[in-house]
Design a binder for this molecule. Structure first.
Ligand SMILES: Cc1ncc(COP(=O)(O)O)c(C=O)c1O
Length: 335
């Protein structure tokens, strides 16, 4: 819905999800999206049933090709321990279902192996495993027009961390060359390499501004409490995501180590970092590179209202999403 409202053409939208509602499967059959990445044999059967009455859908099969990328377990979406993708044992059944339902157009094979991956070799391993899968589907009579290696291209998030940035252009060029040569070697038709970059495109476009509410020097640590936290950015609490934070209010004293945290009733830490010693209540802090997976993950945890989103370009600004009020949070209460 967000993409559609932004004017994105439906043919260019691919719908993903480890589980999909009937409403989403219907959307794939009535042209509201260009392609559906089917993530299970039962889902494929449901799609076949829903599309039978004169509808069509373009289908990619999201496979679990067993690539276990080196990243946090919560954002690893391949390998034997993942809920994502069609298990190899179900590939033949998936091919039979597609062949028996010509209203479902098979577009090709897909595997997204996770997020914040900095290792080119994981993408090459994925591309190679997908070409092997395309060969299996070709032997079942289904030609893959696309081989899609997903996204997850790592961007730096923490100035003190080990990671820099994955060279996306070099990685994609290497994966494309691999797909081309492996497909030719195996006698497959020409397949297009597909990628789904998310964070690598949008992360740096966003900055979150926090107002400091309190600075508390406790026995072991100094805590800086801000007017946000897990409600509008659950990533640090969920899987230890780290961010670069700087003081916006000019401060010149030397830095000290602090723990940034929200104001929830848990220890909702946003990270340990260095900030100028005189940072105090009322100061503004900027958390950088929050353009991806921050506002879209924000909720009303602990019944806090969501913050506003403001777009800035060429010296002007525009409100993109208004700040929620308490009335917004209460609007669905039935009593
Ligand atoms: C199927 C799929 N493709 C691509 C992405 C983009 O990942 P990233 O933003 O890490 O590049 C995601 C993220 O969840 C995804 O689920």
């Amino acid at each position: 819905m967000t993409a559609q409202r932004a004017g994105f053409e439906s043919e260019r939208i691919t719908l993903h999800g480890a589980g999909k509602s009937d409403e989403e499967l219907i959307a794939a059959c009535i042209g509201r999206i260009g392609c559906i990445a089917v993530d299970g044999i039962a889902e494929l059967q449901r799609l076949a049933d829903i599309s039978r009455n004169g509808h069509t859908a373009t289908v990619m099969l999201r496979l679990n090709v067993g690539v276990d990328a080196s990243t946090h377990a919560f954002v690893r979406t391949g390998g034997k321990d993942s809920k994502f993708g069609i298990h190899p044992r179900d590939e033949r059944a998936a091919a039979s279902l597609l062949s028996a339902n010509p209203q479902l157009h098979f577009a090709g094979v897909h595997a997204h192996i996770g997020s914040q991956i900095y290792d080119e070799s994981a993408y090459l391993e994925n591309a190679s495993a997908l070409v092997a899968a395309a060969e299996r589907f070709a032997s079942f009579g289904l030609q893959s027009e696309r081989v899609v290696i997903g996204g997850g291209f790592g961007v730096p998030s923490d100035p003190d961390g080990d990671h820099t940035r994955l060279d996306v252009a070099a990685t994609v060029a290497a994966a494309a060359a691999l797909v081309r040569s492996a497909a030719t070697e195996r006698g497959l038709g020409a397949a297009r390499l597909g990628i789904e970059p998310g964070r690598a495109i949008i992360a740096d476009a966003g900055t979150t501004l926090y107002r400091v509410l309190a600075v508390k020097r406790q026995s072991h640590r100094t805590f800086v409490v801000v007017d946000g936290g897990i409600a509008e950015n659950p990533r640090p609490a969920l899987y230890g995501a780290r961010y670069h934070v700087t003081a916006v209010t000019p401060r010149h004293e030397e830095d000290q180590e602090i723990t940034l945290c929200g104001r929830s009733c848990e220890n909702d830490e946003l990270g340990t970092m260095r900030l100028p010693r005189e940072v105090g209540p009322g100061d503004l802090l900027a958390m950088h590179s929050t353009g991806a997976y921050t506002y879209s993950m924000a909720g009303n945890y602990n019944r806090f209202p969501k913050p506003a989103v403001v777009g800035i370009a060429n010296g002007t600004h525009r409100l993109l999403a208004r700040r929620e009020t308490i009335e917004d949070v209460l609007r669905n209460d039935a009593v």
